[in-house]
Design a binder for this molecule. Structure first.
Ligand code: GZL
Length: 326
């Protein structure tokens, strides 16, 4: 079920949500090879997950394809590094900036500096909470509230509204962590028999996800019936923790995830994960299409929403996974 309203940060205005067909994000783009000397700065959040690395690959490959001179900065999970990278791009007078903001807040000053320098900013995959949304040209991202709701509704149906749940949250303060939690918690609130035993951050990575799941299993092994991870990497970490505790992931404890990478879908096919909501990382073509449109004077919708789909045993097999683009 899709929410009637976009995520919180867009509620201040009726942003036109442009539905992008997933296939369009997977590679068909209007770009050509003539980057006409375009210089673009890409301030990436880090390399914490397979999803993040797939996004980086998509943007770098699209820059190469279009002959764009891409300046890349990996913030290694630190907002201060990302802000410094944006300032460096401004100092280099790049033609545009692509930003995947680690967290929602703390961007007003540096985005004002970019605006004052006349450099458009395209947000990819995560939004920002700023006082003036003219500080960025557009956000190309999934609807994380919907993703969380899709997982919660799937679990409610699968369990007839009865589950004792461990939730592994993403990076504190990150838009996907905030909104995937909101969507899921809202969905299960409709079912008194669905209760959260614990909800803790695993930082979107496999090691931390396993570590947190091990600690929570020590407290809840006797009651937990499902684990909901905000991304595949933490879900795979939880699978390892469950197996180490002598439990069968996907059977003794249901495992649910978001992202849709090959490793998680392989685990789904072999029954160790039960439900994966896709969150497309292949945003390169649309990011550079957006930059081209901005440079031609077009005003873009504040949010270009990427449609997501849900995978489970009814619609996923080994052949399907083998042909996935990431
Ligand atoms: C979602 C993205 C999230 C992924 C994680 O757009 O920001 O960050 O779901 C990644 O895998 O670490």
């Amino acid at each position: 079920m899709k929410p009637t309203s976009p995520p919180r940060r867009h509620r201040r205005r009726n942003a036109l949500a442009l539905i992008l067909a997933p296939i369009a994000l997977a590679g068909c783009s209007g770009g050509d090879s003539s980057g006409d000397g375009l210089r673009v700065g890409f301030a990436q959040a880090g390399a914490e997950s397979a999803w993040r690395r797939a996004e980086t690959t998509s943007i770098k490959a699209e820059a190469e394809k279009r002959g764009v001179d891409l300046k890349f900065a990996d913030a290694q999970g630190k907002q201060e590094n990302q802000i410094a990278a944006v300032r460096d791009f401004i100092a280099q007078s790049v033609d545009a900036i692509i930003l995947a903001p680690i967290v929602e807040t703390g961007w007003d000053d540096v985005l004002t500096e970019a605006k004052d320098a006349g450099i458009p900013v395209v947000l990819v995959d995560r939004g920002v909470d700023v006082g003036d949304d003219s500080l960025y040209a557009t956000l190309i991202a999934s609807d994380f509230v919907t993703e969380g709701q899709m997982v919660g509704e799937w679990l409610a149906e699968k369990t007839s509204g009865n589950a004792k749940i461990i939730q592994l949250e993403g990076t504190p303060g990150a838009a996907p962590a905030i909104d995937r939690k909101k969507g899921f918690d809202d969905a299960i609130a409709a079912h008194p028999g669905m209760t959260l035993l614990a909800s803790q951050s695993g930082e979107f990575n496999i090691e931390k996800g396993k570590e947190v799941m091990e600690a929570l299993l020590a407290q809840h092994a006797g009651s937990v019936t499902a684990v909901y991870a905000h991304n595949d990497d933490m879900a795979l970490g939880a699978v390892q923790a469950l197996e180490a505790a002598g439990k069968k992931p996907g059977e003794d404890v249901l495992v649910l995830s978001i992202d849709g990478g090959k490793a998680a879908l392989d685990a789904l096919v072999n029954g160790r994960i039960n439900c994966v909501v896709e969150c497309l990382p292949l945003l390169g073509p649309n990011a550079f299409d957006a930059i081209e449109k901005i440079r031609s004077g077009e005003t873009l919708p504040k949010w270009q929403k990427v449609e997501d789909q849900l995978f489970d045993a009814t619609n996923t097999d080994a052949d399907f996974v083998a042909n996935r683009p990431y």
